[in-house]
Design a binder for this molecule. Structure first.
Ligand code: BGC
Length: 494
């Protein structure tokens, strides 16, 4: 029984991530694209995926330390690899980090997106500050600035301190205060040098996917992937608390007048059906898009939850919205919208399915890109729709990239010829350029990721880096995509 549960869980996880489209369109050669002056070019990462040093210098545990280790061993369940983030790509080692900054400098980026590990600076999530943790981020920020690379800092990238998860995590209304205090600490300690902050990374992925899997594991149930409509309804408080916490952080940041910007970043879910839709299928698709995107974007950029979806979820019945909450949400003027985009999510109509009548759809293309069906044209249209929906917000593409399994990109004779990723990045940079031509106010672009790293539940089995990492020796080998990006950035400087 236990085995069946594990097998089913891993199949469900694979199904969710297995959606894909082969990159088959030709990309044009290195045509010179014009981007606005001052455009930020970067690459992105997240603390738990790159740092290692999980027990170093007083860091407290977070949820990943729990779920990637026994008895849960989530990556083992999903991939067979019994791995965790204890070493990852070893960036907590300052010598390693400096070598990595050298590679960034040689690449020619002017921005590096990183996240702060909450439990490294507040081991219990609240209360006593861990100064060695603060020292580490000061070191990181200063090392980047020294090389002319601007740090773009995410406060929260999926890694809740375990002490707070044990108190109910984001379902506990106290989480609003926990996060506000943590954000204030980061502004106080790093805000003099960090000029772009993000509060949250991909709140809908965190809730619909990661948290719902954690909850299912805790309750010894089969996870619904993505989370069911029922789960979302019953956990609406999680969303609402994130929105309140975001609003508080934005207001606190502006109050300090540090001269920078603060935003939030979303997994921009473009969704489609894998067969000719019925009328019901079309309605389901609209609801699914709203659930992934608008439920999290509308409160921040319009000051309200999307009514049709909110009613459908009967979200109000849970009483999570208290007097004054919507005023607080409206009062926060978020400076920019962060977008992470990989590919289009394919769905299949199945009226009994718990996710608004849709289930994971088919994509026949091979090899598989990890996060969806590759479609840069859909990205252009999606960006234009964001401009229209949210009154031309300033947008940063905070992640865009392609992940493949070991079998799809091999280290051969000391080189990684990652043609698929190279083409993917070329085509998406071009898409960003097309969106700018159409008037979308895009200010920066970060590739995910600078280095191969820990891909959460998938362990080290999916590589997204433009730099290959030998996870045993920590050797770094720039891939073909790195060299392409480097030559592209050189062109941009002319
Ligand atoms: C996340 C990253 C992740 C990447 C690739 C995004 O959803 O922000 O942490 O590694 O996608 O799956």
């Amino acid at each position: 029984m236990k085995n069946t549960y594990f097998i089913l869980t891993s199949i469900a996880i694979m199904l969710f991530f297995g959606i894909d489209k082969h990159i088959n369109a030709q990309t044009s050669a290195n045509e010179t694209l014009k981007f606005p002056k001052g455009f930020l070019w970067g690459s992105a990462s997240a603390a738990y995926q790159v740092e290692g040093g999980t027990k170093a210098d007083g860091r407290g545990p977070n949820t990943w330390d729990k779920y990637l280790n026994p008895p849960y061993s989530l990556a083992k369940m999903a991939t067979g690899q019994d791995v965790n983030g204890d070493v990852s790509i070893n960036q907590y080692d300052r010598g390693q980090f400096l070598k990595d900054v050298k590679l960034m400098k040689e690449l020619g980026i002017n921005t590096y997106r990183l996240s702060i590990s909450w439990s490294r600076i507040l081991p219990e999530g609240t209360g006593k500050v861990n100064e060695p943790g603060i020292d580490y981020y000061n070191f990181v920020i200063n090392a980047l600035l020294k090389e002319g690379i601007q740090p773009l800092v995410t406060l929260y990238h999926f890694d809740l301190p375990l002490a707070l998860a044990n108190k109910g995590g984001w379902m506990n209304r106290e989480s609003v205060k926990w996060f506000t205090d943590y954000a204030n600490l980061c502004f106080d300690r790093f805000g003099d040098r960090v000029k772009i902050f993000l509060t949250f990374n991909e709140p809908s992925i965190e809730m619909y996917f990661l948290q719902s899997v954690f909850d299912a594991i805790d309750n010894r149930q089969m996870p619904q992937i993505p989370a069911s409509e029922k789960y979302i309804s019953e956990h609406f408080a999680h969303i609402h608390h994130l929105m309140l916490a975001h609003a508080n952080a934005v207001n606190a940041y502006h109050h300090r007048k540090l001269g920078g910007k603060i935003g939030i970043t979303y997994n921009f879910m473009l969704c489609d059906l894998d067969s000719v839709p019925t009328e019901n299928g079309k309605k389901s698709l609209e609801l699914v898009k709203k659930a992934w995107n608008n439920l999290f974007m509308d409160p921040v950029f319009k000051g309200e939850y999307p009514k049709e979806l909110f009613d459908r979820l009967k979200a109000a019945q849970y009483g999570d919205i208290q007097p004054g909450d919507m005023d607080l949400i409206k009062s926060a003027k978020t400076d920019f919208l962060g977008i992470n985009y990989y590919g289009v999510n394919m769905y299949h109509e199945q009226p009994t399915a718990g996710f608004f009548g849709l289930t994971t759809g088919k994509n026949p293309d091979k090899p598989e890109m990890f996060n969806g069906f590759v479609d840069p044209d859909a990205f252009v249209k999606g960006l234009i729709s964001l401009k229209e929906q949210y009154n031309s917000p300033e947008i940063y593409i905070t992640e865009n990239g392609a992940g493949y399994g070991e079998q799809d990109e091999k280290l051969e004779n000391g080189k990684v010829n990652d043609a698929l990723r190279t083409r993917y990045i070329q085509r998406h940079i071009k898409a960003v350029n097309q969106a700018i031509q159409k008037g979308v106010n895009i200010k920066g672009y970060c590739v995910w990721s600078m280095f191969d790293n820990l891909e959460w539940i998938m362990g080290y089995s999916r590589r997204f880096g433009i730099t290959y990492v030998d996870f045993k020796t920590q050797e770094r080998i720039p891939k073909q995509s790195y060299y392409w990006y480097q030559s592209f950035l050189k062109e941009q400087q002319k």
